[in-house]
Design a protein around this ligand. Structure first.
Ligand SMILES: NC(=O)c1ccc[n+]([C@@H]2O[C@H](COP(=O)([O-])OP(=O)(O)OC[C@H]3O[C@@H](n4cnc5c(N)ncnc54)[C@H](O)[C@@H]3O)[C@@H](O)[C@H]2O)c1
Length: 265
């Protein structure tokens, strides 16, 4: 697949990305890697980006169960807690795609919802290492390819928990606050490179992650949202689709709200 990049800050476009059905799609088709792609938000982002005509490589744990209907052109295994694994998986995906304009990182875990005094240091480090350390590893692998090309869109899934702090979720909240700080830092650092680095901060979204909470905890989470409902993965994918588009060209180091009115900032 040849790359037709001619000027800096113009997205490279694959000449033959699968899924082209119209000239408009062909104009905007790009190469995307989605991490944490087998489930929840990641699977919805894969579907949305393939619908838009992008060539998508889907990465997740080797043990992941994949949706039958995924139209990803490449499927690879990755463990975001291992930076070498991330580098290898992104390198392989980029080779398969013929280039890389979009990286969306949806890999993350909630961890136990429990009092802080019952939370071990090991648990804290595991959750922060996966959610924040993983986001850092994914960002580095993406930047290494996008900065030389002069164009890219990197999006991480942070959380409203990172802005507000959810009780009994200290490790998770800290990890997502860390993602927000990291995105602000790296976004500024690479602002003139043509690569944008942003995050979204969802409130509760209907996914397996939320289904794993007790009914009582789900009710608490829902009560915090002024719209009175959980968000959907389609709503997540729609926002990610915009942030990863060439149109989203003057926003970097930013955290987009997706909280049904919950967030105050
Ligand atoms: N669902 C919500 O309400 C909600 C709200 C705010 C933020 N988030 C965040 O959104 C992201 C996506 O979550 P989701 O709700 O779709 O949950 P999910 O459990 O459906 O998806 C998470 C994905 O991450 C993958 N993953 C876990 N550990 C990994 C690792 N070490 N390496 C690679 N992949 C790994 C899982 O296999 C899974 O596919 C997570 O970062 C989560 O913290 C979720």
């Amino acid at each position: 697949m040849s790359q037709t990049l001619t000027t800096r800050h113009e997205p490279a476009r694959p000449s033959t990305a699968p899924g082209h059905t119209s000239p408009e799609r062909a104009r905007t088709a790009q190469r995307a890697v989605v991490v944490g792609a087998s489930s929840g938000m990641g699977a919805a982002v894969v579907a949305r980006l393939t619908d838009a005509g992008h060539a998508v490589a889907a990465l997740d744990l080797a043990t992941a169960t994949w949706p039958q209907d995924s139209r990803a052109v490449h499927r690879g295994s990755v463990d975001v807690t291992d930076a070498d694994s991330v580098e290898e998986a992104v390198a392989e995906a980029t080779r398969e795609l013929g280039g890389l304009e979009i990286v969306v990182n949806c890999a993350g875990v909630l961890g136990p919802v429990e009092p802080t005094l019952e939370t071990t240091q090991d648990t804290f480090q595991r959750i922060v290492g996966l959610n924040l350390g993983g986001a850092f590893a994914v960002t580095r692998a993406a930047l290494a390819r996008m900065v030389p090309a002069g164009y890219g869109r990197i999006v991480h899934v942070a959380s409203i928990a990172g802005k507000e702090g959810n009780p009994q979720m200290a490790a998770y909240s800290a990890s997502k606050a860390g993602v927000i700080g990291m995105v602000k830092s790296i976004g500024k650092e690479y602002a003139a490179s043509g690569v944008t680095v942003n995050a979204i901060a969802p409130a509760s979204i209907e996914t397996p992650l939320i289904a794993g909470m007790t009914a009582e905890r789900q009710a608490v989470q829902r009560s915090l949202i002024p719209m009175g409902r959980f968000g959907t993965v389609a709503e997540v994918a729609a926002l990610v689709s915009y942030i990863t588009s060439p149109d989203a060209s003057f926003t970097t180091g930013f955290v987009y709200d997706l909280s049904g009115g919950r967030a105050d900032y």
